[in-house]
Design a protein around this ligand. Sequence first.
Ligand code: GLN
Ligand code: ZN
Length: 762
Amino acid sequence: MVKSAVLGYPRIGTGRAMKKSIEAYWAGKESEEQLQATAKAVRQERWETIRNAGVDVIPSGDFTLYDHLLDHSFNFGVVPQRYVEQKLSPLDTFFAMGRGRQDKSKGIDVVASEMGKFFDSNYHIVKVDHDENTKFSVKRNQQLEEYKEAKELGIETRPVMFGPITYLSLVRKSREASADFEPLSLLDSLIPVYKEILTSLKEAGAAEVQLDEPILVMDKAEQYGDLFKKTYEALASVGPKITITSAYGRVGKSIEYLKSLPIHALHLDLDREPKQLDEVLAALKGTSIGIELGVVSGRNIWKTDLKAAKALAEKAISALGAEKVVVSTSSSLLHTPISLAVENKLTAEQKSWLSFASEKCEEVAALAEALNGQEGAAFEQNTKDIAARREFERTSDSAVRDRVAGITDAQLKRKSPFPARREAQKKHLNLPKFPTTTIGSFPQTKEIRLARSKFTKGELSQEDYEKAMEAEIKHACEFQEKVGLDLFVHGEPERNDMVQYFGEQLTGFIFTQLGWVQSYGSRYVRPPIVVSDVSRPSPMTVRWSAYAQSQTSKPMKGMLTGPVTILNWSFPRADVSKEVQSKQLALALRDEVVDLANAGIKAIQVDEPAIREGLPLRKADWDNYLQWAVDSFRLSTSGVEDDIQVHSHFCYSDFGDIFPSIQGLDADVISIEASKADLKLLDVFKNHGYSNEIGPGVYDIHSPRVPGEQEIKDRIAAMAKVLSPDLMIVNPDCGLKTRGWKETEESLANLVAAARWARKEY
Ligand code: GLN
Ligand code: ZN
């Protein structure tokens, strides 16, 4: 019998119950008991959903009130001293580690642990500090608690944890640790803690456990054979059967040592990397290790092609035998919204293409049934839906596809090299040395959001809404005149979000109402979905930028989100490559850039904050990605004359390893987040002889704090030691949409004063 499994499930709860309860607790409006009661109810709901879908192997222990990596640290008793000193309750200590805590009246002031992106997803983990003095113990046995809680509901589960090697690979090395300390060196003292937990689970009746080791899909894990051997030999002796999972990519050469571990089964991500199956099956043949096939995507929202999945599974069955095969999700379902059932604005046709977490549970169950000889109605319906979707894909926009196929090298290049463009732009823009500008957005005030919400509900007419936005833009222009900035922006008041705003005006996107996906803690986003070929029916931003330009004699900078960022922050299609989707977006943006230029906009910024986070996990895949990402940017920006100044912006500036690609964008000006980082990050620009203009952010926009004039002067002076003053522009780290007007005015006034000083000084 082939079994079905699910690796993990979203924590949000129906109606965003969990998010609401956690935020109410933080606001002091709910007690800890109320919060824990909600959590218990949500856990029950999750288990019952998975069980009712017919899944055999149901996860427990993957629930969290903030982040599951943080849970591990906290449960292991790794609580850095700065949190202990606050003398908070255990729950508040846990939250303080995740999000910091400040309550001046009680003398509480502690910053959060560092956050980091979880593999290549948009989920963020909390990386607690570890050093050579870190001690592990079982402070809280969450896996046992949840296992028993489910059992009391009559549900047998498979407890889930990070494996020890991935855990230690993801946590942070504390600043106080010695230079040569690596968290992985703590492995020997962590293994006993895992043994204790697994022993307790065995005693409570758990037959198997799931240990997540996604670190296996990274290049460095190929060197971890000894670590895996040592760890799993120790853990296997304890009792519960161990399945190691390897989500988000391929296990690559690590299969060489994985095949000799004393484990029950190895899970593979066959959604991302179906090609690895043959090699892994060949390696496992003749061993006692079974295989768990991650064929239902935990990362996207597309209906699984069950027929294709079945064919893959049959390969595994004929190699290893049905008893050794489990069909599963490619990762935890945490990256998907909980249910399609609550979406009532999507059409029946659109819904028939999609599958969210609860539907994915039904898919693994239907697949196992089919493999066990009972192709049920669900399987049959799936075959029909997949065929209909294919038909839809085929009839998508052929004009767009032809245009992508016809992209030429000339379209990827500006007319002249940068020095010639610079001369043309100088005449055209007439900016002083150390020109000042901002990254695009100005405060998104309550009034702006209220106007938008009224407009969406039909309480404000289109005409009145547009008037309100024009008034905001006019105000932004007056504000910039008053503060004395040089290169203006319109302020982006009309944008709900830098991706959704464009998605809504392009063909090929659909939007959910409740498709929330966890980004970190209680923060959830609702990514748009690319469903077909992308094109631009009409200009998207021109009217706003042109209006803004009409309000001032200063040059106005047009503002667009780049193709790679739009794609990375959406759910992409699965039927065509990301490269194709990115180029379709790039062509649509190219037309927009040309239209902006024709409307008299002399500088145009195309933001690509997500270009770095889109990097593949394996180095071998980098070149291909960077090639199409850079080409997409160039395609979108190269349709204009030399005198148009093309800007780009990146939120993080850690470009060391991808510098040639940043240079390859050939933007006339780039602005980067730099105020908090040490200036070493600018060294790469110097060392590579970067010769285009550059605006390293001179102050942090994430806090309401106003930077002093002297502080900004010092920052500029320090930067001018590394970069050529002649190429420097002066700007904040990022957009100002989350700030208030008052602090924005004070901060920018100081920025302008500092730039004026620099003009005299250099
Ligand atoms: N232009 C955008 C803004 O200012 C850029 C935001 C970003 O880089 N994340 O809001
Ligand atoms: Zn930014």
